[in-house]
Write a protein that binds this ligand. Structure first.
Ligand SMILES: Cc1cc2nc3c(=O)[nH]c(=O)nc-3n(C[C@H](O)[C@H](O)[C@H](O)COP(=O)(O)O)c2cc1C
Length: 324
């Protein structure tokens, strides 16, 4: 990292919320085996007219941690306020608004990145959650956002809107909704937020897969609060530690010591899932995770296939043992 980046030691390294993957179980087991993450977020919790969270969603927040930020997905300010107050009762001092989910089933209801389709409606939503009668009883509010709906050219207008509200943090994944996960994160679009928003509230998210990727962002945008990583962390669970120490992964991939740790982590995670869910569901969840980890084992196609094909916990564990 360059000399100019004086804030590098203080940067916040954050685990991206990933629905179905970064569950409470995943987060608990991950935190036992790996260091380096400062903040974690729950996958989105849907706030709707029932004013009830589903059992699965309740599990996400029941283990309170000061480093955990629950994320809320909704299109209605009153539902957001209900959820935020409910979470405050559980001890949470911050909640996060999802303005980034690109899935069509979500955006069609004007939720997630769909909120960005109508910035006047978004403004009314923000006016109510920040300035309404109940604002005094609310926890702090952060937002995780895309940089546009059909194009990142919309970034500046969105940044101007957000700059008018006291978000505790603004996490920007600088792709448009229509990009989904294609194209590369648009640094110019992140730059629009960098110009308009105080840097200590800004977090960069998108395609941080290595120490180099993190350094590039931190050099480009000195003084930002931090970076958030999702798929990069799944592929290499040591990534936050590596970014912290600025030591890249070796050219040959995981060292033997690292492999033993990854093996211990995966074994415990599988066992927890099997205990809480069932053998079949545990297998499915681990295979989902392996879809993201596979890139770290480029020369092991046969062994990866054995993991994908495993039909029991025993077969799965044998396949994992052979790759690690
Ligand atoms: C399977 C999957 C589930 C996701 N679930 C959520 C979610 O619940 N809330 C959210 O804000 N973003 C969600 N995301 C987006 C990620 O948090 C993150 O913004 C995106 O993956 C880009 O970061 P990355 O390149 O570091 O993975 C999800 C992404 C994936 C691939």
């Amino acid at each position: 990292m360059t000399e100019g980046n004086k804030t590098e030691n203080r940067i916040s390294i954050e685990m991206a919320p990933m629905e179905g993957i970064t569950t409470a179980t995943f987060r608990r087991v991950y935190a036992k085996w790996f260091a380096g993450v400062d903040r974690m977020y729950t996958p989105f919790l849907a706030a709707n007219q029932t004013h009830k969270f589903k059992t699965r969603e309740k599990k996400e927040t029941e283990q309170y941690s000061p480093d955990l930020v629950p994320q809320i997905l909704t299109d209605k300010a009153e539902h957001f306020i209900w959820a935020a107050k409910e979470l405050k009762l559980l001890g949470y001092t911050e909640v996060n608004l999802n303005a980034g989910c690109p899935s069509a089933t979500v955006t069609i209801k004007k939720k997630g990145a769909g909120m960005l389709r109508d910035l006047a409606a978004m403004r009314s939503f923000l006016d109510i959650i920040f300035g309404g009668d109940e604002a005094g009883d609310m926890p702090e509010i952060s937002i995780k956002t895309r940089a546009g709906v059909s194009s990142c050219d919309e970034a500046d207008e969105i940044a101007v809107l957000y700059s008018g509200y006291p978000f505790s943090a603004i996490i920007v994944h600088p792709r448009s909704r229509d990009d989904q996960y294609d194209n590369t994160p648009d640094l110019k679009a992140f730059g629009a937020f960098y110009e308009r928003i105080s840097h200590d509230r800004l977090v960069f998210n998108g395609d941080i897969r290595s120490v180099k990727d993190a350094e590039k962002i931190l050099d480009h945008f000195p003084g930002i609060r931090g970076i958030m990583t999702g798929r990069g962390l799944l592929a290499d669970p040591f990534l936050p530690e590596r970014i912290r120490s600025r030591e890249s992964m070796g050219d040959v991939g995981f060292s033997d010591r690292e492999k033993a740790i990854v093996h211990g982590f995966l074994t415990e995670l599988y066992d927890e899932y099997e205990r809480d869910l069932s053998e079949g569901t545990a297998l499915l969840k681990m295979k989902d995770l392996w879809n993201f980890m596979a890139v770290s084992f480029p020369d092991s196609e046969k062994k990866l296939k054995a993991i994908r094909k495993a039909r029991s916990g025993l077969e799965y564990k044998a396949a994992v043992k052979s790759i690690l």
